[in-house]
Design a protein around this ligand. Structure first.
Ligand code: ZN
Length: 132
């Protein structure tokens, strides 16, 4: 995965944390307002970035009307709020593929097999603590 996509995956989680449920078009719109992002992923790759992130869940669908008036059902995505309750939890639930280099150095293998930055003073990861 490119460095740009890794960064976009982290930004997508931040966007959903702040905004609540969005369709992939909604996520693309928010990404478009961030000036430091050079290339916004296509709707197809955005869908795969959303599905592959364990921090993100689908929470139903919304009816979206296109410019020409056709209506279609679009999935709504949100942060997994049972698992992630604060901004700090976003870092603690990142998989190694989306960690920053500094987070990678701090990360450890939990007894469940996941590699995560563990919460302060804990020996298990947030997934185990919250039993997702
Ligand atoms: Zn664990």
């Amino acid at each position: 995965m490119s460095a740009n996509n890794t960064r976009i995956r982290r930004i997508i989680a931040d966007i959903l944390y702040d905004s609540g449920p969005l369709t992939k078009e909604g996520v693309a719109k928010q990404l478009g307002s961030i000036k430091t992002i050079r290339a916004i992923p296509s709707p197809h790759s955005l869908a795969s970035l959303l599905c592959k992130n364990i921090q993100i869940v689908s929470v139903g669908s919304a009816i979206v009307e296109s410019a020409v008036g056709t209506k279609s059902k679009h999935l709504l995505y949100d942060i997994n709020r049972k698992l992630i309750k604060s901004k700090d939890d976003l870092i603690l639930t990142r998989s190694p593929t989306i960690m920053t280099p500094a987070e990678k150095r701090k990360s450890e293998k939990c007894k469940c097999g996941k590699i995560r930055v563990l919460p302060p003073k804990e020996e298990i990861c947030l997934h185990c603590i919250r039993k997702e």
